[in-house]
Write a protein that binds this ligand. Structure first.
Ligand code: ZN
Length: 244
């Protein structure tokens, strides 16, 4: 089975569409696994939910997904994120709201646990250092865990001797799944934050036991033009150009 692993689409339809086209060029997938934050920040929340739901897919809840439907407070959000969240809530259909409300915090498939932030704090914790990632291996039991939330493509590997190391999940890298447990972040589709503005995602091949990482250029200007039209905060518009 082949699965696309996507995270942090953030209502960026141009980026999500470019990723889906790239997946088709690479032979397609049987399932799409989404690590949360389908909405928030970007201009097309309804269309992104609708597009995702058209696939045989799994999805977990992200903080923006639940904030947009009022299930989480935005008091921890910066003012731009909070403003975008209020706008997002107004764009959702009742069916979109019901869909986001039904998303689980954690889901399991085969050798994988899927969460948005971390196994320890599924919706809030950012895994960016080997220290915090290392502690999280005690909070899931499958060999591998997929996370999003930081929008930074990283691989945390836990050695047999209990040492956690981190490496970048660079474009074109093919990760072999072996004995060591791993926490893998495919990076963000709709708002990358590692200094590369291209959309970021991965494909997992269960037979080959490989996870391959890809970057995809998309029409950033198209997303930005819609955001300006809708009056979304300019810092959120501008950051897409830089991948920050
Ligand atoms: Zn996010």
């Amino acid at each position: 089975m082949r699965c696309a692993v996507v995270a942090d689409i953030h209502a960026n339809l141009a980026a999500f569409t470019a990723v889906l086209e790239d997946i088709e060029r690479r032979g397609g997938v049987d399932e799409v696994w989404c690590l949360g934050d389908v909405v928030g920040y970007g201009p097309d929340p309804h269309s992104c939910i609708e597009l995702l739901r058209g696939f045989n897919h799994l999805c977990v809840a992200g903080n923006h997904d639940w904030a947009a439907i009022g299930r989480l407070s935005t008091s921890d959000f910066n003012p731009y994120a909070a403003a975008a969240c209020r706008w997002t809530g107004q764009q959702l259909s009742p069916d979109d709201v019901a869909y986001l409300d039904r998303l689980p915090l954690v889901t399991h498939k085969g050798d994988f646990t899927l969460v948005h932030g971390s196994p320890r704090e599924p919706i809030w914790e950012y895994l960016l250092s080997p220290g915090s990632a290392g502690e999280n291996f005690a909070f899931f039991s499958s060999p591998f865990c997929l996370v999003g939330h930081s929008h930074v493509p990283l691989v945390f590997e836990y050695s047999q001797t209990g040492i956690c190391s981190v490496s970048e999940f660079l474009d074109g890298r093919v990760l072999e799944l072996g004995e060591n447990r791993m926490i893998i972040n495919p990076g963000g589709v709709g708002q990358p934050r590692d200094g590369d503005p291209r959309a970021s995602y991965a494909i997992y091949d269960s037979e080959a036991r490989l996870v391959s990482h890809y970057r995809v250029p998309y029409d950033i200007g198209a997303t930005q033009a819609k955001m300006v039209d809708y009056g979304l905060p300019m810092p959120l518009v501008n950051r897409l150009s830089y991948g920050i």
